[in-house]
Design a protein around this ligand. Structure first.
Ligand code: ADP
Length: 324
């Protein structure tokens, strides 16, 4: 039997390079060998963006367009919307009854974001409960492979722990999933922190060359390298991480930087070129994909039905195990 895969993205706007190199690349590869469910996480978008929900629905089509543009094949995978499969909320409720508060409060992503995101009030119950909803999403499909970025690892650990706790209480029903990371599981943003919409440090897929130039210009480099001849430290430099991501001239560039034979300005220029080359075909393809909104809607409608069929089966088992 083919292994089951589940992963999702919050419908909070256009995709960035972190989404692509951190997770989507693996999504595309896995669709040929596994039974894949890819979820538009609209309820998860509410965990941080609950005050203004006006864009969530509109973002859904944009996101599917991005997925199809990078090579997700709707004939091979199930693309669905989280809020259209009510079993997610049912399992979320049940899991929240057995989720110890301390497990959630100690979650590193939660602690980091509470500290770093200052423009939103994240004292809401739903934000603390983000991992419970993610666990429900995964466990509902009995998925065993979860392609995610590094930032989601603690949530997946939580998923395994809550599955174990559930199985101890009610019988062996849920499956403990494992992560699948890309080789660049943490793509840095312009400021060196993880690239994230929440940090406003993203390079979006399909960015115009002018915007690319401006953004790359502001990318952090080695602060100790001011002149070309200064010996640089490529490890930890945001610009250098893009050479690693693209694998192009990586060794050569590292040597040049360390020996002071290249300056940050030319290094940045080449990153702009690499990124434009990468984006160009995507921008053209995306224009076609997004023009057929009816097709995109159809993909989601069909996916919702398939996802619900699978989710219903697991929920029936769970209800029986809980004697409900
Ligand atoms: P955001 O943090 O921008 O709101 P999501 O939480 O929707 O993004 O993340 C969707 C997927 O993309 C997750 O698997 C996440 O781990 C991955 N991802 C997001 N940003 C990055 C990044 N900078 N590097 C690696 N993976 C990332």
């Amino acid at each position: 039997m083919r292994k089951r895969v589940l992963s999702g993205m919050r419908t909070t706007g256009r995709l960035h390079l972190g989404h692509y190199f951190g997770a989507l690349k693996n999504w595309v590869e896995l669709q040929n060998e596994c039974d894949c469910y890819y979820m538009l996480s609209d309820w998860h978008a509410l965990t941080t963006d609950y005050t203004d929900t006006s864009k969530i629905e509109e973002n859904i089509l944009e996101m599917v367009a991005d997925w199809v543009t990078v090579g997700i094949d709707p004939q091979k995978v199930v693309i669905f919307e989280q809020s259209k499969v009510p079993q997610h909320s049912e399992l979320f409720l049940i899991l929240s009854m057995i989720a110890p508060l301390s497990w959630l409060q100690r979650c590193p992503t939660y602690r980091k974001q509470i500290k770093e995101i200052k423009n939103k009030d994240l004292s809401n119950y739903g934000f603390l409960g983000y991992p419970v909803l993610m666990a429900a999403d995964i466990l509902l499909y009995k998925a065993s492979i979860i392609p995610i970025g590094q930032d989601q690892l603690s949530h997946l650990e939580f998923t395994r722990e809550i599955a174990r706790r559930f199985n101890n209480f009610y019988g062996n029903i849920l499956i403990e999933p494992k992560e699948k990371l890309t080789k660049t599981a943490k793509v840095p943003g312009l400021d060196g922190r993880k690239m994230s919409k929440s940090y406003n440090n993203s390079v979006l897929l399909g960015e115009s060359v002018d915007i690319l130039k401006n953004k790359v210009q502001t990318m952090f480099t080695d602060p100790l390298k001011v002149r070309i001849s200064d010996l640089g430290h490529p490890d930890g430099c945001v610009i250098f991480s893009y050479y690693e991501i693209f694998g192009a001239e990586c060794k050569k560039r590292k040597e040049e930087c360390k020996t002071g034979t290249i300056g940050c300005v030319s290094c940045k220029k080449q990153v702009v070129e690499m990124l434009s080359e990468f984006m160009k075909p995507l921008t053209e393809k995306r224009r076609n994909v997004i023009s057929d909104k009816a097709y995109l809607k159809k993909i989601i409608e069909m996916g919702n039905l398939k996802a619900m069929e699978t989710a219903q089966k697991t929920m029936a088992e769970i209800r029986q195990a809980l004697k409900f």
